[in-house]
Design a binder for this molecule. Structure first.
Ligand code: GRF
Length: 234
């Protein structure tokens, strides 16, 4: 039976759209399907997309607003895997515990740099530009009890150009997020990668697609050059 994915969102939902395209009728369809989109913000663009696409939606409780505790919502929909795609809140510890190794987040920089509380959206790219770093990128990591902190599952570097502003850098990073996130989630759903008992990411190399294999963990110089080349405009 396909894995049942919940996607947690707070924003415009471009990563949700990429996941939907990949798992609805794309290469991920036999192995997993989006069974729930949940948000702390019932009116964000991502929730509107989910309603239009007839995906079940849920509102996650906040102290100041109505909704359901996250873990109860995930259990109600019999969710196997949880994907944070632009979700801005800290995941409650009980949900992290219940879904350890089955919950991932996408972050628009190369963690462990440029992550943590308050570093989201445009602020991430501003910090990267202020640092003078020549490379940024996208990270998919397992979720633990801290913001942007758990073990990295996959990363994809992109160049930072001297003429970049936050908007151009954000666009370049988002493009690779849309490629990286669905493939990383697919690898997890198929059991090609997993979090082992000691908290390390274990990959069954033989069952990874070649394009994902080089993005995981120990990218060689050639692989980094290749992913840089594929991220360049034109
Ligand atoms: C992405 O850059 C993601 O990495 C970050 O928030 C942004 C969400 O964008 N966590 P979208 O809502 O998927 O378009």
């Amino acid at each position: 039976m396909p894995s049942r994915i919940a996607v947690l969102v707070s924003g415009q939902g471009s990563n949700l759209r990429a996941l939907h395209a990949y798992f609805d009728a794309g290469p991920g369809a036999p192995d997993a399907a989006i069974a729930l989109v949940a948000s702390d913000n019932a009116t964000c663009g991502a929730m509107a997309f989910a309603r239009d696409a007839a995906i079940p939606v849920g509102v996650i409780a906040r102290p100041e607003a109505a909704g359901m505790p996250l873990l109860a919502l995930l259990q109600q929909y019999a969710i196997d895997l949880v994907v944070l795609a632009g979700y801005l809140r800290l995941v409650p510890a009980e949900a992290v515990r219940a879904y350890r190794g089955r919950m991932v987040n996408v972050h628009p920089a190369l963690l462990p740099a440029f992550g943590g509380p308050g570093l989201h959206g445009e602020r991430v790219h501003r910090a990267v530009l202020a640092s003078g770093a020549r490379v940024s990128g996208a990270t998919v990591h397992f979720v633990d009890e801290e913001f942007d902190h758990g073990p990295c599952l996959a990363q994809w570097p992109v160049p930072v150009f001297p003429h970049d502003g936050t908007a151009s850098l954000a666009r370049r990073v988002l493009r690779v997020e849309h490629l990286l996130l669905p493939r990383a989630v697919h690898a997890l759903a198929r059991g090609a990668v997993r979090l082992d008992e000691s908290g390390r990411v274990a990959a069954a190399w033989a069952s990874l697609e070649p394009d994902l294999a080089f993005l995981l963990q120990d990218a060689t110089d050639d692989a980094i050059a290749l992913s840089l080349a594929s991220a360049l405009p034109g």
